[in-house]
Design a protein around this ligand. Structure first.
Ligand code: DC
Length: 234
């Protein structure tokens, strides 16, 4: 239950066992992850990057040379995958793979891997587990529609393609990779198409999600907008 204090700011703390879930969905490059991470910190919630989980399995399949049609092996690997988030780092089976899961190879293959129904089912269960013990902010493609249809707060971020490509290019540069913006734009469009037209849990805005267009916003504005909505200040 949410309570309002004298300044009208909603006190989010609920009775024990009743965890608060903030779901943030939208296409790649809209600033979801950065916004979600800072927002979680501000709220004192755990941040779960569900995309990292799909990326980790993609990385594992590439490393172990598993064929995309070897569903049995994919299920086994996904079921056995131990995933944890520690600060800004992501661990898969005890190994810090934060950098590896952002490689171009993983990025280009992850949309096809994440379209596999059996794999999604396992990862959705793992995502729900995180919310049993913690108040969370989780970002992804299907968080407000499939993973947590009853989330307390739902946001759907959008942004024009050119701006998204420019932001991604900057991200890559910061990771020491120089990639032409046109190439990034093409890859983003391709991923958008796969993510939003796939049969299983396609990317789409939940009916009750608040749409946030980040084209002309800086991260701080995005974070504040969400924070104020959650705290009942707007
Ligand atoms: O957010 P990201 O770019 O790191 O996500 C990588 C891919 O994972 C994305 O192309 C689609 C997939 N994904 C998904 O299908 N469902 C989620 N909840 C999160 C990510």
């Amino acid at each position: 239950m949410t309570k309002t204090n004298s300044t009208n700011e909603i006190n989010l703390k609920t009775e024990e066992g009743n965890k608060i879930i903030v779901a943030i969905d939208g296409p790649s490059g809209t600033g979801k992850s950065t916004t979600a991470r800072i927002l979680a910190e501000k709220l004192g919630f755990l941040y779960i990057d569900s995309g990292a989980m799909y990326r980790a399995i993609t990385y594992e399949l590439i490393s172990k040379n598993v064929k995309p049609n070897d569903i049995k092996k994919i299920i086994e690997l996904t079921q056995n995958a131990k995933m944890s988030f520690e600060g800004e780092d992501f661990f898969l089976n005890g190994k810090n793979v934060t950098k590896e899961i952002r490689s171009l190879d993983v990025t280009n293959k992850v949309s096809n891997v994440s379209a596999i129904k059996e794999l999604r089912k396992i990862l959705v269960n793992k995502q729900r587990e995180f919310a049993k013990k913690n108040d969370i902010v989780m970002d992804g493609r299907d968080i407000g529609t499939v993973v947590f249809p009853n989330a307390d707060f739902k946001f759907y971020m959008i942004c024009d393609l050119k701006t998204r490509a420019a932001r991604r290019r900057q991200d890559f540069m910061e990771h020491g990779m120089k990639i032409a913006v046109e190439k990034i734009q093409m890859e983003l469009s391709k991923r958008d198409k796969i993510d939003s037209t796939r049969k299983e849990s396609p990317l789409k805005k939940a009916k009750d999600a608040i749409e946030v267009d980040t084209t002309n916003m800086i991260i701080e504005e995005q974070v504040n907008l969400l924070y104020r909505k959650i705290k009942g200040l707007d």
